[in-house]
Design a protein around this ligand. Structure first.
Ligand SMILES: [Zn+2]
Length: 222
């Protein structure tokens, strides 16, 4: 490194008692650093627009190591180097499954940078179906596999899943198992529901299946 330049190393551990500290070239390169020149006497690494020259030779048993003279200035707590990046999906979980806006707001309030957009959350979709009371039709304990299926579709904001914009979740009240399908149009609920019926018939044979769902148009068609 040229004299006087300040560089921030991320996720670095410094042991002041040691004469030399190891610098992981692999880790640096994984974070975007580039080796711009490599010779017997010097190795130059470029990262975040700064060059770091390893041009001090330290002899050891098998030959020599190249080192850079670095004077530690301290630890950054405030800057970008320490800012925690959290993906939107993770932020949603950390906030206790709040909506996208609230989750983002909560995490940002804790000093995190929220990146990406939210994918449909299976836990949330499941909770929504499970909240619907099963009613007198059957006591939950008596329910057999495939007897009662809760079905609900919800809009997905991102088109990241190959242009699919809806998630249709099916919950088997008997076994507590759930399946989700991503679809482009709500009308695909009909086909998805029929696939579910076939799936149950294959698994447990011909039984009476009750579907529980709200009064949405696509559900009525089904
Ligand atoms: Zn959730």
């Amino acid at each position: 490194m040229k004299k006087g330049k300040i560089i921030t190393l991320k996720e670095a551990v410094l042991v002041p008692e040691l004469t030399t500290n190891l610098f992981s070239l692999t880790q640096a390169m994984q974070s975007g650093a580039q080796v711009i020149s490599e010779g017997k006497k010097a190795l130059v690494v470029k990262m975040d627009g700064q060059e770091m020259r390893f041009d001090c030779m330290i002899k050891n048993k098998s030959g020599h190591l190249l080192a850079a003279v670095v004077k530690p200035l301290g630890t950054r707590k405030d800057g970008w180097g320490d800012e925690k990046r959290v993906h939107m999906n993770e932020a949603h979980k950390l906030s206790g499954h709040k909506c996208e806006r609230t989750s983002k707001f909560t995490l940002e309030g804790q000093g995190c940078k929220v990146i990406g957009t939210m994918d449909p959350c299976e836990a949330c979709a499941r909770a929504k179906i499970a909240q619907t009371p099963v009613g007198k039709l059957a006591e939950e304990d008596d329910m057999q596999k495939g007897q009662m299926i809760g079905m609900d579709s919800s809009g997905v904001r991102t088109k990241s899943l190959g242009g699919r914009e809806f998630q249709n979740l099916k919950l088997d009240h008997g076994t507590d198992m759930n399946w989700s399908t991503f679809m482009k149009k709500k009308s695909e609920v009909v086909e998805d529901g029929l696939n579910m019926v076939n799936h149950i018939k294959n698994e447990v044979g011909n039984i009476k299946i009750t579907f529980r769902m709200d009064n949405a148009g696509e559900n009525k068609k089904f």
